[in-house]
Design a protein around this ligand. Structure first.
Ligand SMILES: Nc1nc2c(ncn2[C@@H]2O[C@H](COP(=O)(O)OP(=O)(O)OP(=O)(O)O)[C@@H](O)[C@H]2O)c(=O)[nH]1
Ligand SMILES: [Mg+2]
Length: 455
């Protein structure tokens, strides 16, 4: 597909730096670049070979404003599949903006966030999971996240999606025979064989689905709520984990009211932390709202760091909080704080996962990390295996499995192969969607809107 507009954007961060790179894509890229860049060799841009950097001057309103390099890539052998130009000037805020303005004056439009990668996807240069992985590579905060995203970018997830798609497509074709897929091999399948092969596909997809626990913990991060009574040291724990003075700490109970957030990488797992107001009965209007927010955060947490003051024995309000924690779906790590004051007796054996720490003395991060890794990473991560790394991919694979299982139960209850095929068609469309075939335009737009401009 050809896009009408030729678009340009600054691809390096906005600000002062050694160099700035401005990228342009579209059918007029070379024409527009000719108006802005003059090779020192005197050659015309149409005579410059692809993928070869040339030195020259940048021109703005008729005058030279800088010197630098230009590289051209001609369709279809470029990132986007279109004609592209990459212009590198000095990394000044003014000079890079003037080069961009000169390109706009010569006919380029400003690119939207993710427009280069979106064009690459629509022009068939990238599968959707690889496009998403590019964003994850940019956003990676740990080596693990980088390696998982790198695997998806190399096509590990695409390859698995393609396998499931092709297998199921052949199976449906064999079942429908020539009605819908006249081009396919017409081998018949018995109902038993169909059941066996659909089950094998669903089981294989289940392994992929299970990889989301690790993929999500490493790449997206776990929504982690720090909760407990007032003054137990929740904000001190947040500060210890982030290594910064993120939240205010005082000896006054009820210091924290709003939710205070911070990210931290614990071993291989990224925690998206929320420090919350201490849970207690209160008449203070503002604190009351804080306590409600804390309770709400607990109900949709992926992990709870439940903080207790180990310098005191558990009291009735602690026991009431413990029984609330037991009702949660999310795993809980009991963090028995203030180990510098006492051993924290009375808390062992209540929770499956308990650590004794001193947030004030910044002691105990390793113990928390160990438990977090135990909860979210099963053994060593195999980076050569495909992993699901975002909720969209998870939904697609879950949809595939559910539809396969629905087809199986239809067959089990004596329905015809034709009837089971309705569910199998749904499964096929889910797995096609995983890698970008048959994905609705608004979903595509949403995915690419999260990208930075210039990527
Ligand atoms: N001795 C000791 N004191 C601590 C420790 N952690 C926190 N404190 C103290 O306990 C008091 C409360 O700490 P915060 O971190 O503000 O507690 P909080 O749970 O966030 O309190 P609220 O926001 O009021 O609910 C402060 O005086 C801290 O210095 C610890 O490990 N040891
Ligand atoms: Mg606090």
């Amino acid at each position: 597909m050809m896009f009408d507009k030729t678009v340009a954007a600054l691809s390096t961060p906005y600000g002062r730096g050694a160099i700035a790179m401005i990228r342009m894509t579209g059918s007029d890229a070379i024409k527009v670049a000719s108006a802005v860049f003059r090779p020192k060799s005197g050659k015309k841009l149409c005579d410059i070979p692809s993928a070869k950097a040339v030195y020259g001057d940048f021109v703005f309103e008729g005058g030279v404003i800088d010197d630098g390099m230009l590289t051209l890539y001609r369709a279809p052998r470029s990132y986007t599949g279109e004609d592209m130009a990459e212009l590198c000037c000095h990394g000044g805020v003014l000079v890079s903006s003037l080069v961009l303005r000169a390109l706009a004056d010569a006919g380029a439009s400003y690119a939207e966030g993710g427009e280069f990668t979106k064009r690459a996807f629509i022009n068939g240069k990238l599968r959707l999971t690889s496009a998403e992985a590019i964003m994850d590579i940019i956003d990676a905060e740990s080596i693990g996240a980088l390696k998982l995203a790198g695997g998806a970018n190399r096509g590990l997830l695409s390859g698995e999606a393609e396998y499931l798609y092709n297998e199921l497509r052949h199976l449906i074709a064999a079942t429908y025979a020539y009605i819908d897929y006249p081009d396919e091999d017409m081998a018949d399948v018995t109902t038993d064989e169909l059941k066996e092969r659909v089950k094998a596909l669903a089981d294989r997809a289940e392994t992929l689905k299970n990889s989301y626990k690790t993929g999500s913990a490493v790449c997206e991060g776990v929504k982690t709520v720090i909760a407990g009574k007032t003054n137990v040291g929740k904000s001190s724990l947040l500060n210890m984990l982030t290594g910064e003075q993120t939240a205010i700490v005082t000896e006054i109970p009820g210091t924290t009211r709003d939710i205070v957030t911070g990210n931290v990488v614990c071993g291989q797992v990224k925690l998206r932390l929320s420090d919350t107001a201490g849970i207690r009965e209160t008449d203070d209007t503002v604190e009351k709202i804080g306590v409600e927010l804390a309770k709400k955060a607990l109900s949709d947490a992926g992990l709870v760091l439940a903080v207790f003051d180990g310098s005191e024995k558990p009291r009735d309000d602690d026991l009431a909080f413990i029984s609330e924690l037991k009702k949660l779906a999310a795993p809980v790590i009991a963090v028995i704080n203030k180990s510098d004051l006492s051993d924290g007796e009375g808390y062992d054996g209540i929770f499956e996962n308990t650590v004794h720490i001193s947030a004030k003395n910044k002691e105990g991060k390793e113990k928390i990390t160990e438990l977090v890794e135990k909860l979210f990473i099963s053994g060593k991560i195999d980076y050569d295996k495909p992993h699901i790394i975002n909720s969209r991919q998870y939904a697609a694979v879950s949809g595939f499995i559910n539809s396969c299982r629905a087809a199986l139960s239809a067959l089990e209850s004596g329905e015809t192969q034709d009837t089971a095929c309705f569910d199998l068609e749904d499964a096929l469309s889910d797995i096609a969607g995983l890698d970008g075939t048959d994905v609705k335009e608004d979903i595509i737009n949403e995915i690419f809107s999260k990208f930075c401009v210039g990527k």
